[in-house]
Ligand binder design. Structure first.
Ligand SMILES: NC(=O)c1ccc[n+]([C@@H]2O[C@H](COP(=O)([O-])OP(=O)(O)OC[C@H]3O[C@@H](n4cnc5c(N)ncnc54)[C@H](O)[C@@H]3O)[C@@H](O)[C@H]2O)c1
Length: 361
């Protein structure tokens, strides 16, 4: 039995469904075929997902492009290989690209779908928690280049997203936690998302964190649905990040800096975001933007999920340089999303002297 969330982006005609369920994985293929109208197709899967699920999913091997695992594979060469397979299979504008995997597969497949023949159908089957709550929702698709992560991309909404929570059972602890960091982020930004409903995600996570860590699918599906609805409420009003969508970058300025300086080898994206959130809470507390009570409550929530408030000895100058060159930076200021009080955030500027005085780098 599917739970369904409909996505409608303001100013766009197209709307699409996100299905969330715990039905048998072997039903996904038929459900895709029955609910979306397309001719031929190509499925893109990461190597690990292929090994774990290709037999159950039941797609023909000739219809699958296998992408090696890792952020490094979200590159131009693999994009070209996917396009070549589309061409060999004679995919046309009525065809579909289907991404089965985490954010890496979703991003590169989405970019291929957005650009092949100026756009073909695109279906997402996210298999990591991060992809369920974040990367498969909102229509950002991209590849990395040697000049920057996600530097070449598009805003391209899918035709449908099929989220099946059974995939999450095979995630290792690190990958699960990586997704949880993005989940916790929504608790910190919830009240600024302009959602019509007050979900109380912060308190819900504070109470039920152990059930989430134990992979209780009933609680997880509730949380995933809330995160999706919060993300949609932001993205539907500001698809292209002119304003409101920036709040989704809470914790991400520092996160991108430590991911970049370590060549994406030391941290998962979620781990980096968790460190980025500790960083910005400490910074906001130092400048008295938030009080000690909120800082304690927020950092406690992160710690409940096993994240640590850790300082790293990275080259300070380089970290600032990377923050300056972030796509989100404007002119000479480093723009960040600051916490204000429980669930509320706003955009502000990072004061480098304050960062240094507070000993945050
Ligand atoms: N488009 C967006 O809005 C957006 C938002 C956030 C992140 N991202 C992107 O998402 C990417 C990170 O995504 P991710 O965290 O899903 O990482 P990922 O796609 O690299 O997946 C992590 C690992 O888990 C494996 N895996 C996937 N599903 C599995 C399963 N069910 N069981 C076991 N292993 C499984 C993958 O094969 C891979 O080895 C980054 O490239 C990031 O830039 C995009």
């Amino acid at each position: 039995m599917s739970d369904k969330v409909n996505v409608k982006i303001e100013g766009k005609q197209k709307s699409y469904p996100i299905y969330i369920d715990t039905d048998p994985i072997d039903e996904i293929k038929d459900r895709i075929m029955q609910s979306i109208d397309f001719q031929n197709f190509l499925v893109v899967m990461s190597e690990k997902v292929y090994k774990l699920y290709s037999a159950t999913l039941g797609f023909d091997k000739n219809d699958i492009f296998i992408l090696k695992d890792g952020e490094i594979e979200k590159n131009f060469q693999n994009y070209q290989k996917i396009i070549k397979r589309c061409e060999e299979k004679k995919l046309n504008r009525k065809s579909a690209l289907i991404a089965v995997g985490g954010g890496v597969v979703g991003d590169i497949t989405g970019f291929a779908a957005a650009t092949y023949m100026r756009g073909i159908k695109f279906i997402q089957v996210p298999t990591t928690l991060l992809a369920c709550v974040d990367s498969s929702v909102g229509g950002k698709v991209a590849i990395d280049t040697k000049f920057g992560k996600n530097l070449v991309g598009a805003f391209y909404q899918p035709d449908a997203v099929f989220e099946n929570l059974n995939f999450l059972k095979t995630l290792d602890e690190r990958q699960l936690k990586s997704g949880l960091a993005e989940v916790i982020k929504y608790a910190f930004i919830e009240k600024s998302c302009n959602a019509t409903f007050d979900y109380g995600l912060f308190d819900f996570l504070s109470i039920h964190y152990q059930k989430v860590l134990d992979l209780n699918l009933r609680f997880l599906s509730k949380i995933i649905r809330v995160c999706i609805e919060l993300k949609i409420s932001v993205v539907s009003k500001d698809e292209q990040e002119a304003n409101l969508r920036k709040i989704l970058n809470f914790g991400h300025t520092y996160a991108h800096a430590i991911e970049t300086i370590t060549n994406y080898k030391q941290f998962t994206h979620g781990e980096a975001v968790a460190y980025g959130m500790f960083f910005i809470f400490n910074y906001a507390h130092y400048l008295k933007i938030i009080d000690a009570n909120y800082k304690e409550a927020a950092t406690d929530l992160l710690k409940k999920f096993g994240f640590e408030d850790k300082k790293f000895k990275f080259d300070k100058k380089k970290i600032f340089q990377i923050m300056h060159s972030d796509k989100k930076a404007e002119n000479f200021d480093i723009k960040v999303i600051l916490p204000l009080m429980k669930g509320y955030v706003k955009e502000g500027t990072l004061d480098k002297n304050a960062v240094l005085k507070a000993g945050l780098l």
